[in-house]
Design a binder for this molecule. Sequence first.
Ligand code: GMT
Length: 379
Amino acid sequence: MKIGITCYPTYGGSGAVATELGIQLAAHGHEVHFVSYAQPFRLGHFRERIFFHEVEMEDYPLFEHPPYSLALAVAMHDTARREKLDLMHVHYAIPHATSAWVAREMLAGERDLPIVTTLHGTDITLVGMHPSFHAITEFSIKRSQGITAVSDFLKEETVRDFHVPENRVEVIPNFVDTNIWKPGKEPCHRAALAPGGEKIVMHVSNFRSLKRVDHVVEVFARIRKATPARLVMIGDGPERPRAAALAAELGVKEHVLFLGKHASVDELLACADLFLLPSETESFGLAALEAQACGAPVVASRVGGLPEVVEHGVSGWLIEQGNIDEMARAGTELLCDDALHARFSEAGRRLAVERFSARTVVPRYEAYYEAVVAGGAGA
Ligand code: GMT
């Protein structure tokens, strides 16, 4: 198949999933065309059958807010036409599903361009709920020929808040390439991250307020009182300065390492002894899955789709959002009890391989594409 993919190319779960999917599809023999304003951050080096089409934006003084959605629709239309795409798969509804609908309308009468929209999280739970976006989000999702959600939780939210018939939303979970996201990677960075042989606690996110990086630091400060540990913070975003200030305030500044954005998070997660994700909301929690694939037990909040990814009491602990003391207690126990840690670590890895590996999940997308192209996805 010839598949167009649009996603946010920046540091974020939806872009990461879209890029990994494109890579896997190309490896399965499909031709993949990414259409976005920049090359997706995980695309990296050259790969056969993968092409990137940059969205051209005219900078004109009248435009205080340049109309990216329109330029994207034109780029999708051009790419679909020139490359004879069989299907356009967009990740994160806003504005991608809308631009795809416009591109499809522009092509009408000439060729059919089925659209698959994958809902990722805040496009449904937060941004899409805002009055300025709700109606267009509902309209555009419903106009897609295929709709997928990354968790049962997200499907339920979509059905309830956007009035999409239940049978129109297919749940296809996020996945990891378990050959890349794995424990014991070489070279090992443990000595650099924790020169004193301390345990390594890790967090990866885009540091938006809903990620509660302040709680990450608070939990770590309590863990640190019980056992020698280092906190490695990966990613960047608006809450980073506050998290750094809090680390200083709590007296753990010299034990916290802010690495910023990183292209090969797999190398770092492979060194983690514990992964913290105390988010306020999380439709899936890709970072938690990546951590488990690398053998790191997870302590996370029991919100959204996280219970579908982290098995409570088996591969991690899911704790009431905001309960810092309990998160610290659970984290400390995992770091101090080697047998418990090994059991959780193995269970997380097993879960990732058996339920969320690329090998298991990507064929579900391929089958779904076939159904959409044949006109038989949903009602
Ligand atoms: O929806 C967002 O906040 C953005 C998105 C992203 O691009 O980072 O994150 C969402 O999609 C990820 C990939 O499917 C999920 O793993 C995240 O849980 C989800 N974020 C939220 O629901 C807050």
